[in-house]
Design a protein around this ligand. Structure first.
Ligand SMILES: Nc1ncnc2c1ncn2[C@@H]1O[C@H](COP(=O)(O)OP(=O)(O)OP(=O)(O)O)[C@@H](O)[C@H]1O
Ligand SMILES: [Mg+2]
Length: 292
């Protein structure tokens, strides 16, 4: 795989707990395993769920020593995503922030990771030049792409918070694909409708990325149950309508991810469960075909 620029994917939903973080992690892990693609994951959520999933020990309570040491060094050297944002918004002229392996953590040879920090909670209040933040991720990616110290990434995946923060906008205004997981419930079509009909207005004048919606936590008995299929159909219609009304490229993916009891928070304990690998590979297949 060799692209000039990495393909960028942001996982979002206004709704909490739909599986944004789980999906981001599983997609990254599955791809870096079944292909030789190099993947970079970003945790942009101050809740730090992805960071915990990646950094926590199997016990789920303590940080893995290697990660903990790295994280402490990164924080004390002021090399976190928050420091990068701070430098970017307070810069007088050029954006002076070195993007090396004290900013990016190497999970495996092909799977790298930029963790979150709690300081991001206050970013909305502390950032003086709000408008400048919109350009932040684009400029940061530019640095990563141009760095001679870093590998050439094929994919960059962003785990976004359930609220729309300045950072989310910054990602949405420059990514190639917005990936929206939904769950089989009443909120699936309502929430999808809300997002699809407000994104364009928010992101303009930047081009609107392609949008892909899919069912996570599908109730299944081999295949999705009647109830889950009902919600899938509802969301599919919402996607079709929004595509027409808003003139945005929106697709409801055929692939679904089943609900699997006991998806672990701590990732170190064996990665993506075996029975979820195939569903995530199918989802990747569809994502790749759909991506610009
Ligand atoms: N396919 C699945 N099957 C079973 N449980 C799942 C599945 N996907 C996610 N979960 C569980 O649902 C919960 C919420 O998942 P996750 O943290 O990924 O959601 P989120 O959308 O990132 O939440 P937040 O809005 O807080 O960021 C977690 O306990 C996770 O293990
Ligand atoms: Mg999350």
């Amino acid at each position: 795989m060799a692209h000039d620029n990495p393909k960028t994917i942001a996982t979002i939903n206004f709704k909490g707990g739909v599986g944004k973080t789980t999906v981001t992690w599983c997609l990254g892990d599955v791809l870096s395993e079944f292909s030789d693609a190099r993947v970079l994951l970003f945790d942009l959520d101050a809740q730090m769920s992805l960071t915990q999933a990646i950094g926590l020990n199997e016990d789920g309570h303590t940080l893995e020593p290697e990660f903990q040491n790295w994280y402490e060094a990164s924080t004390s050297r002021q090399r976190t995503i928050f420091n990068a944002l701070d430098r970017f918004t307070n810069r007088t002229q050029h954006f002076d922030f070195p993007v090396g392996f004290d900013f990016i953590y190497r999970l495996t040879e092909n799977l790298h990771f930029v963790p979150s920090v709690e300081d991001l909670y206050w970013q909305e209040l502390e950032v003086f030049d709000r408008d400048a933040v919109k350009d932040f991720i684009r400029r940061l990616l530019g640095k990563i792409i141009n760095s001679r110290k870093l590998p050439r990434y094929d994919f960059v995946l962003f785990d976004c918070p359930p609220s729309f923060t300045l950072l989310s906008y910054s990602v949405l205004s420059c990514c190639d694909l917005i990936l929206i997981p939904v769950n089989p419930d009443f909120f699936a079509s309502k929430g999808t409708n809300l997002i699809l009909n407000s994104l364009k207005m928010r992101i303009e004048p930047f081009p609107i990325p392609r949008i892909g919606v899919f069912m996570n936590k599908a109730k299944t008995r081999g295949t999705p149950t009647k109830e889950t299929r009902f919600y899938m159909e509802e969301v599919r219609l919402v996607c079709e309508n929004a595509a027409k009304m808003q003139q945005i490229k929106t697709k409801f993916f055929e692939s679904w991810i089943p609900e699997r009891v006991g998806v672990k928070r701590a990732i170190k304990s064996g990665g993506v469960p075996t029975d979820l690998r195939e569903p995530f590979q199918r989802l990747w297949q569809e994502v790749m075909e759909y991506m610009p």
